[in-house]
Design a protein around this ligand. Structure first.
Ligand code: PMP
Length: 427
């Protein structure tokens, strides 16, 4: 028996399911979760000392690899000055200036402590600003676990077959209109019928919580158009895509300007951070400037700001995202070749340093296709790779992530493991 097994048994005594976030429990793939002890660069090491090449990267933040020396140094430098003040610090201004410089749609930004807080607060602001209650989201997109957004959600909610959580009051769920991702006709029909009642559309500009599904050409443009016509706000949830698919985020990559943006993950460099921001006129409705309330004891925490700022500085180096994109493309091209060689129907999606693996022969552009993929094969592939020292997301409905520390050698090792695994599961 492994130490991870014993630790998982112990964890279940006092932690629901033994985990503090559901997908970690491996329910989507079966078996015991691996307990991690430490990580460095592209590798994580489990409680038994076994190393894995990591394509989860703490679900996205570790774009520079784990325990990056400069990020750790920035954190260490802050530590001796105190952990939290609950009062303003200069670091928060530096962070706000940097974010607004990198993401031109944001004139103002407020820091929070998680992606959930960022989207939840953006939603409240959109409702407060427009004076409307209804919101539009897309099936299979995940925007954190706030009540309004846990309706037909993705990520763990989808993995465990409960996309609409009990505990969300029906009266609130009724205000959430869930449409099909990449289906602009349905969006247009909905807005033609009730556009004047809709406060906002919230969307992952690249869906990353039903596996990885890029927007089809014209989809994001169309969302911008219906929002402009109806007076609804367009919220890009860039918690996952922010600084990951490009330095200017997905909005820069696709050239669409949202009214509000939610950020998380990379912006905290591995610390608990989120942010939301947008046009000055809208953000000025936020307390203390305006009446829409939002607050946080640890918001803008100095240690978190130090880690996030150093991360943003390092990923701003010229060519950083080009290299990340090229490494990811190499990985996916190699996986496709090896799946083809084993005769396994397989396809991939990629945007920058974010990717999706699908056990189907077709290109996946929507939720129905993603959920129709061969999940048994995915599970077998996941475990085959895990055994061979490659850690993939333990669910068929999550995107994968590459870091700047994944070298050609790591990619080759991954592909060698994949060649063996594809052959083993081909039968
Ligand atoms: N939005 C998106 C697009 C996400 O991927 C996630 C988390 N995976 C969230 C929001 C919620 O972020 P957090 O888990 O930090 O609350």
């Amino acid at each position: 028996m492994t130490r991870s097994h014993d630790l998982f048994q112990a964890a279940q005594r006092h932690i629901p399911g033994g985990v503090n976030s559901p997908v970690r429990a491996f329910r989507g793939v079966g078996g015991d979760p691996v307990f991690f002890e430490r990580a460095a660069g592209p590798e994580v090491f489990d409680a038994d000392g076994k190393g894995y090449i990591d394509y989860v990267g703490s679900w996205g933040p570790m774009i520079l690899g784990h325990a990056h020396p400069e990020v750790l140094a920035a954190v260490r430098e802050r530590l001796d000055k105190g952990l939290s003040f609950g009062a303003p610090t200069e670091l928060e201004t530096v962070m706000a200036d940097k974010v607004c410089e990198l993401v031109p749609s944001m004139d103002m930004v407020r820091m929070v402590s998680s992606g959930t807080e960022a989207t939840m607060s953006a939603l409240r602001l959109a409702r407060g600003y427009t004076g409307r209650d209804k919101i539009v989201k897309f099936e299979g997109c995940y925007h954190g676990h706030a009540d309004s957004l846990l309706v037909k959600a993705g990520s763990g909610a989808l993995t465990f077959g409960e996309p609409s959580s009990p505990g969300v009051p029906a009266a609130l769920a009724e205000l959430t209109i869930t449409l099909r991702y990449n289906d602009l006709d349905q969006v247009r029909e909905t807005f033609a019928a009730i556009g004047s009642e809709i406060a906002c559309i919230i969307v992952e500009p690249v869906a990353g919580n039903m596996n990885c599904i890029p927007p089809v050409p014209g989809f994001l443009e169309g969302l911008r158009e219906v929002c402009d016509q109806s007076g609804a706000l367009l919220i890009f949830d860039e918690v996952m895509t922010g600084f990951r698919v490009a330095l200017g985020c997905a909005q820069g990559l696709y050239g669409i300007t949202p009214d509000l943006t939610a950020l998380g993950k990379v912006i905290g460099g591995g610390m608990p951070v989120g942010a939301f921001g947008g046009r000055r006129e809208i953000m000025s409705r936020l307390s203390p400037l305006g009446p829409v309330y939002q607050a946080g004891t640890l918001s803008g925490n100095p240690i978190a700001m130090a880690a996030g700022l150093k991360t943003l500085e390092l990923i701003s180096a010229p060519g950083f995202h080009d290299r990340l994109t090229a490494t990811t493309a190499k990985l996916l091209g190699g996986l496709q070749e090896r799946a083809d060689a084993a005769g396994i129907p397989f396809s991939t999606n990629q945007v920058g340093g974010m990717f999706g693996l699908f056990f189907t022969g077709e290109r996946v552009t929507n939720y129905d296709q993603a959920t129709r993929c061969d999940q048994e094969r995915f599970k077998a592939f996941f475990h085959g790779m895990l055994e061979r020292g490659v850690y993939l997301a333990p669910s068929a409905f999550e995107a994968g992530f590459v870091s700047s520390t994944h070298s050609d050698g790591h990619i080759q090792k991954t592909l060698d493991a994949a060649a063996e695994t594809f052959m083993a599961i081909a039968g």
